[in-house]
Design a protein around this ligand. Sequence first.
Ligand code: ATP
Ligand code: MG
Length: 369
Amino acid sequence: MIAIIRYNEIALKGRNRAWFEDKLILNIKKSFSNSEIKVKKKYGRVLVVFSKDQIDDIKKTLSRTFGIESFSFGILSKSNFDNITKNVVDLVKHNPNQWNTFRVTTKRQDKQFPIKSNTLNEKIGGCILDTFTQKKVDLTNFDLNIRIEVTHHETYITTEHHKGPGGLPVGVSGKYVCMLSGGIDSPVAAWHMAKRGCDVHFIHFHSLPYTDRASTQKVNELAEILSTWGLNTKVSQTPFAETQKEIVKKTNSSYRIILYRRHMMRLAEVYARKIGAQAIITGESLGQVASQTIENITVIEDAVSIPILRPLIGFDKNEIIEIAKKIGTFETSILPHEDCCSLFMPKNPIIRSTLNEVKKEEENLDLKI
Ligand code: ATP
Ligand code: MG
């Protein structure tokens, strides 16, 4: 069988096009490193050749591969009229009860092919009507769209069409570090950036041994789910308890969260520089909690010089939850866990901190990088 993959946005990238296509092909191949499939570039599309029993796997993977606008399943045929007709009839006879109306949509990449697209539509349509006498042609309200693409050597006949996730192939926009907590927001933030072509690596701060192992496992599980969308599975699990103890011991409790976050940022920046990442991604959303007012975001950001991307900054919680459900992270995110920041949580976190105040609090701290 074959899958024809279409990619709108990549095609717009002018001279970079080949590099975008190659990345997409590489990403598809990586997802199927254990199975026998062929992936090739063909006439501004990608062609995947596979065996029939792989179709469910292929469908699942392609619908999660960023850069794919849509894909269709079908078969390859030789580019001559008799073969095309025979293959079309063979293909559509499998599920005769699932369709009553149909249309044929031909595209001729090969202008040397002796039959024009409209004529081929009519001829093939006629053959189908002869074979399946109960069926009808309907160009607008059809159950089945038989797409025929005639190229020089071969013709692609497809009948099952699916939407891809859109976006850009993971990796074309460079490398990033996402600060992944066990909550709902940060996995959604990571997913959004992967959709824009980011190769996302994860860092998580844990308070072992003061929190249980389940919280780090939960984060690993979230990364595992996100890896089905092309993000990395590995999480840099980073100890944070000593930092917290130091902050709790020496500073005013209302500044705690800000001070935790500033130091998380510093550690994330070190990790980013180490792996060659260009920016940090967080799940912050304006006004969601005390630490996410613009004043506090500004003070937190001051701790580092690397750019910080916050794809959810303008999202409502409900909108984030909806996406979390769609991408498969929600059920894991809502499992109870002991977050490192709920440990030693202050009663009255400051809502509008200033950099001067915060720097004063930090003066006595001995924090390890
Ligand atoms: P989330 O919903 O993703 O858990 P949150 O609602 O808990 O985030 P905050 O606690 O204010 O929000 O955290 C803001 C952002 O800081 C998170 O989205 C995440 O990117 C980062 N962050 C918070 N805690 C951690 C942690 N323990 N490890 C790594 N990153 C964290
Ligand atoms: Mg949040």
